[in-house]
Each structure stands twice: as structure tokens, then as C-alpha cells.
Write a protein that binds this ligand. Structure first.
Ligand code: MN
Ligand code: MN
Length: 309
């Protein structure tokens, strides 16, 4: 049995890719089961409810040597603790290659596209398999989520083509309305504790020996998030201390206006200035239209720490 899962602090792509890839592997004669490595965010919960699909079960520890398939990630810091003791048999991902190691030859599929779902659609085509309406809705939702409905600079023509195709199969006639409903669900944060808000879309990266946590809150209602700025900064400082990180940054991305204002705890202003050329005032740095962690935020930090090791 291959356990299929996306990254920690799962987003819509991490959850739907696990479900659809496990289904695809099963149809290809491999026993596979989808799992998640954390709580669903509000957008993903909305997407699964719309599709009438249950969330995959939470994955606990696996015995050493267990076969696993990684989707939407490949770095051990973003995966199940103890990944290095497991046997990675498959990876489907659209992120930079990190510290992946496989004890046996593995089936690896990486493409520089906006979403794992776009690659999964291609895998179905290459296998000559149709995509059912439910899987199509899951994949459609993931592309809309990861690309912020084509607003993100990570968007490629392949992602646009995937949305056009999948919307038809899923029977979603008004894609714009559906995307807005997803983003509204994601932005309805209610009284979610600040620690949870920080971790909802959060990844740890190693830059030349420096460990940084980078959170993103994508929202149609940034005013709500900034209303909780003090709590969030406190949660970021607590997380940095608890996890022994060098820094924690949190991007508040205004989806509809494509603008990123980053929360910067005291002591990290110099790194933000050096990496992004952005001054911090009142613990907020305006990063303008740089809204993609993968394509803009992480590479700038990588370059900065390469020059300042
Ligand atoms: Mn993801
Ligand atoms: Mn993704």
C-alpha cells in the first residue's frame, strides 16, 4: 500500500493532489491511499464540500521502509517527520527540487507549472484515462487556488488550458464565480487563533544554513488580518523561539488587488531590506506585487543568504 500525501500545513493542492493521485495509482493497479498531514484550511473544506468528497485521513507515523508517494512537495522539512526512513516510490510536484533521496529508483514527475493538478491532468491524458467529474472539480479547484485564478506569476499557459478543460468536465460553467466563492471561504477566518492563522499556509526553508519560516495568508479581506497584527507578530516570535528558527515572516496577500504586505518581527528588518529592498515601518513591509512565495519570495531570500552567509 502506497501512502500518498501532500505537504504539512496542507493547502487545496496538497489535499486534492493526494486524493486524485491515489485514485489514479489505484486505477493503474497500485494499491494507494490518500492522507493529509494537517488540518484543512477553510478554502479546502469548502472545495471538498462542493465536490461531495470526504477529507483524507490524518497520517500518523509510518513504519520504516513504508512506501510513500509525495505530491505538491519534495523537501523533507515540509513532509512527514522521518521521511528519510521511508521509501519514496513516486513524486509529482511543481516546486524546486530540495533534499529528496530515494533508496530505489522512483517515478518522479516535476514540471514548472502553476499547480500539481495541471501535472495530474497530463498524467491522466498520457495514461489514456478519463477524469471523472468529481476528480475534475478537485483538480480545477487546486489550479484556481494555487494560481489565485491566474493572478499569480506562477501561472503558465498549461494551467489556463487545464482550467478550461477541467471546468467543462466538472460542469462548472462560471469559473470566475466559483473562484471568488473559494477565496471568500478562505478569507472567512472568524476567531481562528493567531497561531493557526500563521500556520495555515506555512513552510520552513533552509537558506545557506539559515532556517526561516515563511507564512502566507491569501485573503480578500486584508483589513481583518491587519486588525490582528499584534497577535500575529507575537505568534511569529513564539514560533521562531519554539522551533529554533532564524526568522519567521508572514505575507498578507490581498488576492483581488494582487498586493503583498509582509509582517516583519523586530530584528528581521535588515533581511527584508536586503532581500526585497523594502523598508519596514510599524512591523509591515510593502512588497508590492510580489505575491508568489515560490517564484518571488523564496528566490530573493536564497540570493540574499547566498551573498550574506
Ligand atoms: Mn501546496
Ligand atoms: Mn501546489
Amino acid at each position: 500500500m502506497i501512502a500518498v500525501f501532500g505537504h504539512l500545513n496542507p493547502d487545496t493542492d496538497a489535499i486534492t493532489a493526494a486524493l486524485v493521485y491515489a485514485h489514479l495509482l489505484s486505477r493503474q493497479g497500485k494499491e494507494a491511499q490518500a492522507y493529509r498531514l494537517g488540518e484543512l484550511n477553510f478554502e479546502t473544506a469548502y472545495v471538498l464540500a462542493q465536490a461531495g468528497v470526504e477529507a483524507p485521513p490524518l497520517l500518523g507515523e509510518l513504519p520504516a521502509g513504508s512506501e510513500v508517494a509525495l505530491v505538491d512537495h519534495n523537501e523533507s522539512a515540509q513532509s512527514l517527520p522521518g521521511l528519510k526512513t521511508l521509501t519514496v516510490t513516486h513524486v509529482v510536484d511543481h516546486h524546486k527540487l530540495g533534499d529528496l533521496e530515494t533508496p530505489q529508483p522512483a517515478a518522479l514527475r516535476f514540471e514548472p507549472v502553476g499547480c500539481t493538478a495541471t501535472i495530474l491532468m497530463r498524467l491522466h491524458r498520457e495514461a489514456g484515462l478519463s477524469i471523472d467529474a468529481s476528480d475534475a472539480r478537485l483538480l480545477l479547484s487546486a489550479v484556481l487556488s494555487d494560481t489565485l485564478h491566474f493572478r499569480s506569476p506562477t501561472t503558465t499557459p498549461a494551467d489556463r488550458e487545464a482550467v478550461a478543460f477541467l471546468a467543462q468536465v466538472a460542469g462548472v460553467s462560471d469559473v470566475t464565480a466559483y473562484a471568488l466563492a473559494m477565496f471568500a471561504a478562505k478569507s472567512d477566518l472568524g476567531d481562528t487563533p493567531a497561531e493557526r492563522l500563521l500556520k495555515m499556509d506555512y513552510k520552513v526553508f533552509a537558506f545557506a544554513g539559515h532556517q526561516w519560516g515563511l507564512g502566507v495568508i491569501e485573503t480578500t479581506n486584508p483589513g481583518y488580518v491587519f486588525g490582528r497584527q499584534a497577535e500575529l507578530i507575537a505568534a511569529m516570535e513564539a514560533e521562531r523561539a519554539a522551533s529554533g528558527l532564524d526568522g519567521v515572516l508572514l505575507s498578507v496577500v490581498d488576492i483581488l488587488n494582487e498586493r503583498n504586505r509582509m509582517l516583519v518581527p523586530a530584528g528581521s528588518e535588515g533581511v527584508v531590506q536586503g532581500a526585497y529592498g523594502a523598508a519596514t515601518a510599524g512591523q509591515v513591509a510593502d512588497l508590492g506585487s510580489r505575491i508568489s512565495r515560490k517564484k518571488q519570495l523564496v528566490p530573493a531570500l536564497e540570493a540574499y543568504f547566498a551573498a550574506h552567509p
